[in-house]
Write a protein that binds this ligand. Sequence first.
Ligand code: NAD
Length: 249
Amino acid sequence: MKKLEGKIALITGGNSGIGLATAQLFKDEGAKVIVTASSLSTFDKAKAELGAHFDVIQADVSKTADLDRLMDTVKQKYGGLDVLVANAGIANFLPTTEITEDFYDRMMNINVRGLFFTVSKALPLLRKGSSVILTGSSISIKGMPGGSVYAATKAAVRSLARTWSTEIPPSQTRFNVLAPGPTETPIFSKAGFTEEQQKGFYDQILTTVPAGRMAKSEEMAKAALFLATSDSSYVVGTELFVDGGISQI
Ligand code: NAD
C-alpha cells in the first residue's frame, strides 16, 4: 500500500527544488498532487514540463486574490485537501545597512504573509486527519551575516506552527515545520548571486555543516513524506531540522 494513496496534496512552489522533489515523491506514493507556479510565464513552463504528472495552478502567494482563486479551484476539483505543503519562498541576503524597504517587504510578503494566507485560506478545505507542512529553515535559530530578514521570516514561520497547533486540534490537522539546511536548488541563483558569489556563499556555509555537504532536495522530500503521513501521527507543532547538523551541534 502506498503511503499517500487516495490523498490530495497541495504544494506551493512545487515546480522547483524542494517542492518539486516533494511533489514527485508524493505522486510516487499515490497522492494526487497540485503544484503552484508563481507567475504566468513559469506556469506555462511548469504546465508543459509537469502537466502530465501534476495539476499545475498559477498562484503568486503574495497576492491574496490568487490564493482565493487557487483554493476555489481546489475545492471545485477535489472537494478538500489532506496535505498542504506551504513551501513557496525566496532567500535574499544583504548586510542590514544595505536593506531597502522594497527588499524587506518582498521577503516578508512572500515568506511570511504569503505563507500565512496560504494556510488561512486553505483551512476550510483541510480534511480531518490532514497534515500541514510549513517549509522553514535551519536559519530560524541561527545568526548568519546578511541573513537578518530571511532568518526573521523563517522564525516567524516556526512561530506560526506553534500558534496554529493550539488553534486547531491536532486530531483535525497537524502543523509542523520542515527546516532544511543548505540544499542544492536554484534558490540562490534566483537571488541575483553570480556563479562565483554563489560558490563563495556555499563554501562558507559548508564550513559550518557537520555533514560536510549540501543536501539533495530528495532528502527534504523524504522528511516531508514522514510529516505528511500517519508515520508522524504524534508529531505536532515541531520544527524538524533536516540540516546535516548545522543547527544542532
Ligand atoms: P526554489 O527556488 O527551487 O523553489 C522555491 C519555489 O517557491 C519556486 O517554485 C518558486 O517559484 C516559488 N515561489 C517564490 N516566490 C513565490 C511567490 N511569490 N508565489 C508563489 N510561489 C513562489 O528553492 P527551494 O530551495 O526549493 O526553496 C523551497 C523552500 O525551502 C523555500 O521556502 C526556502 O526558503 C526553503 N529553504 C531552502 C533552503 C536551500 O538551501 N535551498 C534551505 C532552507 C530553506
